[in-house]
Design a protein around this ligand. Structure first.
Ligand code: FES
Length: 286
C-alpha cells in the first residue's frame, strides 16, 4: 500500500514538473536573436529564437516542403542540421533512416531554434517562391478527379521542370496548411499551373480544391522536386501510373514532345473502368 502511494506521488510529481517546465519554456524562455547559416554561408538569416526551424524559414520566404502543417506527421520537411539542432526527437525517428540520422538529417518542424544553427538544404529550395494565382478553369476529368488550372498573378511566371510539384495553401480551422500536387501542365506554360486532383473523402486539400470557382484566389509555393528527365534524346521514356498519377506523366510527355518530337515515349495508364480514362483526346491529338 505504502509502495503504491509512493509511486503515485512520484509519478504525479514528475508529470507536474514536466508540465511546469513546458509552460515555463513556452512563456518565459527568451532565446533572443539566433543566426541561421544556410549552405555554408550562401545565405545568412537572423531570426527571433523560440519558433520551429520550419516556421522561421517560412517567415524568411524559404519554403521547405511540408504537407502536414508542421505537425511532424508527413516527414516532408527534411533538412540537414550540422550544428545547433540538439538531439533527434522521438517524433522524428520514424521518418529518418539510420543513414539520415548519421548524416544529421532532421525534420525542420521538430527542430526548435534556440541558438545559432548551421543547416544545408538543396540549393534549388532557395528558389522556391510563394505564388498568388486565380482559378482560370475547372473541369471534371472523371467522377472524382478534377482538372484545376491556376493563372499566375504574382510572380506572373513559373519555371518548373516536368515531374515537379507545387504545395497549395489550404485553409483549415487550425490555420493554413500545405498540400502537395504534381504539376500536369507542360513546363513551356509559364503563366499557369494545372493540377489533377482526386477527391479524397474528408481530405482537407482535395475538398478545398474541388469546391473552387473561377476567379477564386489561391496561394501556392513551388516548384519542388528533384526529378530530372534524361537529356539524352536517344533515351526512351516509359511512364507508368494511374488515377491522378497522370499529372506528372502528362507534363513529362507534352514537355518532351515540344523539345524532342521524335523521341520515343510510352505511356501505360492503369484504371478500373473505361470511365476512369481521361486526357485520351489530348494524347490522341498528340
Ligand atoms: S512538416 Fe510534416 S513532418 Fe514536418
Amino acid at each position: 500500500m505504502i509502495y503504491l502511494y509512493a509511486t503515485s506521488v512520484f509519478i504525479g510529481f514528475m508529470v507536474a514538473s514536466t508540465a511546469l517546465l513546458l509552460v515555463a519554456e513556452r512563456y518565459l524562455a527568451n532565446y533572443g536573436t539566433c543566426k541561421i547559416d544556410i549552405n555554408a554561408g550562401h545565405k545568412n538569416l537572423e531570426v527571433p529564437g523560440g519558433s520551429s526551424l520550419l516556421s522561421s524559414l517560412i517567415d524568411q520566404q524559404i519554403f521547405i516542403p511540408s504537407a502536414c502543417g508542421g505537425h511532424g506527421t508527413c516527414g516532408f520537411c527534411k533538412v540537414t542540421v550540422a550544428s545547433g539542432g540538439g538531439p533527434i526527437l522521438p517524433t522524428e525517428m520514424t521518418f529518418l533512416t539510420r543513414a539520415e540520422q548519421r548524416a544529421n538529417v532532421r525534420l525542420a518542424c521538430q527542430v526548435k531554434v534556440k541558438n545559432d544553427l548551421q543547416i544545408s538544404i538543396p540549393e534549388e529550395m532557395l528558389n522556391v517562391k510563394l505564388f498568388t494565382a486565380v482559378v482560370a478553369s475547372t473541369r471534371d476529368l472523371t467522377h472524382d478527379i478534377k482538372e484545376i488550372r491556376l493563372a499566375l498573378q504574382e510572380p506572373a511566371e513559373i519555371d518548373q521542370r516536368p515531374g515537379q510539384y507545387a504545395q497549395v495553401r489550404v485553409p483549415s480551422k487550425d490555420g493554413p496548411v500545405f498540400r502537395a500536387y504534381s504539376i500536369s501542365s507542360p513546363s513551356y506554360d509559364k503563366n499557369l499551373i494545372e493540377l489533377n486532383v482526386r477527391l479524397v473523402p474528408g481530405g482537407l486539400g482535395s475538398t478545398y480544391l474541388h469546391q473552387l470557382k473561377v476567379n477564386d484566389q489561391v496561394f501556392f509555393t513551388g516548384p519542388y522536386g528533384e526529378f530530372r528527365l534524361s537529356e539524352e534524346a536517344a533515351t526512351e521514356i516509359i511512364c507508368v501510373g494511374g488515377g491522378c498519377g497522370m499529372a506528372p506523366m502528362k507534363n513529362i510527355i507534352f514537355s518532351l514532345y515540344a523539345r524532342w518530337p521524335e523521341r520515343s515515349t510510352w505511356l501505360f495508364f492503369g484504371c478500373r473502368t473505361t470511365k476512369d480514362v481521361f486526357y485520351l483526346d489530348e494524347f490522341l491529338a498528340l
